[in-house]
Design a protein around this ligand. Structure first.
Ligand SMILES: NC(=O)c1ccc[n+]([C@@H]2O[C@H](COP(=O)([O-])OP(=O)(O)OC[C@H]3O[C@@H](n4cnc5c(N)ncnc54)[C@H](OP(=O)(O)O)[C@@H]3O)[C@@H](O)[C@H]2O)c1
Length: 225
């Protein structure tokens, strides 16, 4: 991705908790953020943080429509998710299929940089005795990762630990290897995503993220380009 002072970043799932913090972070740094939301009532919340919003239900659209939103963007971030309480079916239609759709649209629109939120539990089957929804969730996240890795995009996968709503600490453990199980505030995940987008670091890398001791900018820089 060329180093430009002002980036245009499209965030799928633009009204999500991480997405809203990411929007505020990037907008405060002078970048343009376009949030894809499915509920028209969410537009004002995105705008209040300095972004703009496009109303598009990623489970009921097509690659052409999403590519239009991505036209001229420098980066795409997949921050959507079916959310707690959703069905196993929606883990597949959102966490897997909407991610695959965004990646296909990014390729169509020529947007190379793609940052994906995933989970530290991805990449391995759910433990025996897990609920069908949890099995589906991990399978959907794993399949989304595999599909993204098969693209020609400049992807980075961020496997976050258990998310909390605690305040940002600005310090994380971020590594291209398995890190001990832990939690991480959504605010710190947003900081890491913003840094990855702006720096262009960690292309074609899968990173694990939990709370830690290293300042975000240092941790991202240490992952390499
Ligand atoms: N919970 C954890 O511990 C954990 C750990 C690691 C990773 N993650 C992942 O982290 C990501 C972000 O987490 P978060 O807490 O910020 O999520 P969140 O607040 O639940 O936000 C997800 C967003 O996705 C949107 N969305 C769902 N279906 C959509 C559709 N069809 N079209 C467009 N947008 C749609 C939702 O919109 P609505 O508001 O309209 O529903 C919501 O705004 C998720 O992918 C999650 O799986 C979670």
């Amino acid at each position: 991705m060329p180093h430009r002072a002002k980036l245009r970043v499209v965030v799928a799932g633009g009204h999500g908790k991480i997405a809203l913090t990411l929007t505020r972070t990037l907008a405060n740094r002078g970048h343009d953020v376009v949030g894809i939301v499915r509920n028209p009532e969410h537009v004002a919340d995105v705008e209040a943080l300095g972004g703009t919003a496009v109303v598009l239900d990623l489970e009921h659209t097509d690659v052409e429509a999403v590519a239009q939103v991505l036209e001229g963007a420098d980066a795409a971030v997949f921050a959507a998710g079916a959310g707690p309480g959703s069905t196993a079916e929606r883990k597949y239609t959102v966490d897997r299929d909407a991610s695959i759709l965004l990646a296909a649209a990014a390729e169509r629109a020529g947007v190379r940089r793609f940052v994906q939120i995933s989970t530290t539990r991805a990449g391995a089957p759910a433990a025996q005795g897990s609920t069908p929804v949890w099995v589906a969730y991990l399978d959907a996240k794993t399949q989304a990762e595999e599909a993204l890795k098969a693209t020609g995009l400049d992807w980075t996968i961020v496997r976050a630990g258990a998310l909390t709503d605690g305040p940002s600490t600005g310090r994380v453990t971020l590594a291209g290897r398995h890190v001990p199980r832990g939690s991480v505030p959504r605010a710190d995940v947003a900081m890491v995503l913003a840094e990855l987008v702006v720096s262009g670091a960690a292309v074609r890398r899968t990173l694990e993220l939990t709370s830690g001791l290293v300042p975000v900018a240092t941790a991202v820089a240490a992952t390499g380009t």
